[in-house]
Design a protein around this ligand. Sequence first.
Ligand SMILES: [Zn+2]
Length: 101
Amino acid sequence: MNVEGMLKNHKLAQHIADASWSSFVTQLEYKAQKQGKTILRIGQFEPSTKICSECGYYNRDLTLSDRDWICPDCGIHHDRDINAAINIKKFALDRQNLIGI
Ligand SMILES: [Zn+2]
């Protein structure tokens, strides 16, 4: 099977993606442990982009093409990725009972 054929095989492509992600996580865990850092995880389907990290408003109208948005509840302007990063940290810390959200 050539590379083009391999990419068209969705099952094979998924295995490659899974292996790459697994390899990335293994490397990340190794590096974190070496530097005394902690890796926090959240669920794959946590709504990290749609929740306002400031007030908790759930923006169900947010689409993938919306790169930034203004919370209709508290008025704060969000960069989609920064807001998601803040929420991911909150979710992970909340799960470990380190903070309450
Ligand atoms: Zn808000």
